[in-house]
Design a protein around this ligand. Structure first.
Ligand code: SF4
Length: 323
């Protein structure tokens, strides 16, 4: 049981994308998740499970379709105005997946990393420069790099620049959206170690979105498993990894992860029977029933709720096998 204070709380968080003829993509479908101070929660699931949309919605980069997000007990707006973005950027930030496209190629590294400071802290030019130099050093880069452009750097160095940009305002909560999946395997561990080190020294709270379950197990306190916009299972990361309860988690973990997301998507679609259903037409009952080897009649009509296991209330599973 986590005894820290709740920092971010999603309550019935929903994000739909409207389609013609009244249809909609149910990208995130009523997720309840409390993330505690200084905690690292790993969020895993196949491509198309809604992980990234959940991350963007919880920090306000996408407007919510329903439900609420509260931060230190204060309910955040449904849709952010520019002033909300400025205020929230000082406490919540995001590190993006692709270090190649997430940095503006026409801006210098100094401008990229220092951009947030100009918007939010009103520092002098010299103070901004000193702070950028300090942050480049903290992420393992040379302060002189601030006059260079993103194309002059490797993927790992660009992700370090992205980390400095996200952390320079010293936020409390950071969503890391697949921060290592676009990197060579040889630099993935370096970036994860850097994030872990900064998390410890700054007391950060992280939502770490990834498809590499071994990496999530390594870095996270708790692991949450998402399937078709809903949580299937959540619990202490090691318990979930070594003793998965939900049939989807079991299959996900039994499959060896591939570093390349496209290879991973193809491999999972062959390892787990059938295709992930369309998020436009969510199946009735359990959304995993069409692919689950344990599906029963009840599973096709009754939606399982995410409930604590009777023998271990730290763990919650949405499956009729445990209810
Ligand atoms: Fe499988 Fe039924 Fe559990 Fe869904 S509720 S995961 S279909 S056993």
């Amino acid at each position: 049981m986590n005894t820290g204070k709740p920092l971010v709380m999603a309550d019935g968080l929903t994000k739909y994308f409207p389609l013609p003829k009244g249809k909609k993509v149910h990208a995130v479908d009523g997720v309840d998740l409390t993330i505690y101070e200084r905690e690292i929660v790993g969020l895993v699931g196949e491509s198309g499970s809604g992980k990234t949309t959940f991350g963007k919605t919880i920090i306000g980069l996408l407007p919510k379709s329903g439900g609420t997000v509260s931060y230190r007990g204060e309910t955040l707006p449904q849709r952010y105005k520019p002033a909300d973005f400025r205020r929230q950027a000082q406490v919540m930030q995001m590190i993006f997946q692709d270090p190649y496209s997430s940095l503006n190629p026409r801006m210098t590294v100094g401008e990229i990393v220092g951009e947030g400071l100009k918007l939010h802290a009103g520092l002098s030019r010299n103070d901004t420069r000193d702070k950028v130099a300090d942050w480049l050093t903290k992420v393992g880069l040379e302060p002189d790099y601030m006059s260079r452009y993103p194309h002059e750097f490797s993927g790992g160095q660009r992700q370090r620049i992205g980390i400095a940009r996200a952390l320079i305002l010293e936020p409390e909560f950071v969503v890391c959206d697949e921060p290592i999946s676009a990197l060579d395997v040889s630099v993935q561990a370096q970036v994860v170690n850097l994030l872990e080190e900064l998390q410890g020294s700054m007391g950060l709270t992280l939502l770490f979105i990834a498809h590499d379950l071994s990496m999530v197990r390594y870095i996270s306190d708790r692991m949450a498993v998402m399937y078709l916009g809903a949580l299937a299972e959540i619990g202490p990361a090691k318990d979930v990894f070594f003793n998965p309860k939900h049939p989807y988690t079991e299959i996900l973990i039994a499959s060896n992860p591939e570093p390349d997301p496209e290879t991973e998507r193809q491999r999972l679609s062959t390892t787990i029977a059938g295709e992930i259903p369309s998020p436009v037409d969510i199946p009735a009952g359990c959304r995993f029933a069409g692919r689950c080897p344990h599906a029963m009649e009840r599973c096709r009509v009754e939606t399982p709720q995410l409930l604590p296991l009777p023998e271990n209330t730290d763990r919650q599973v949405a499956c009729h096998l445990f209810a």
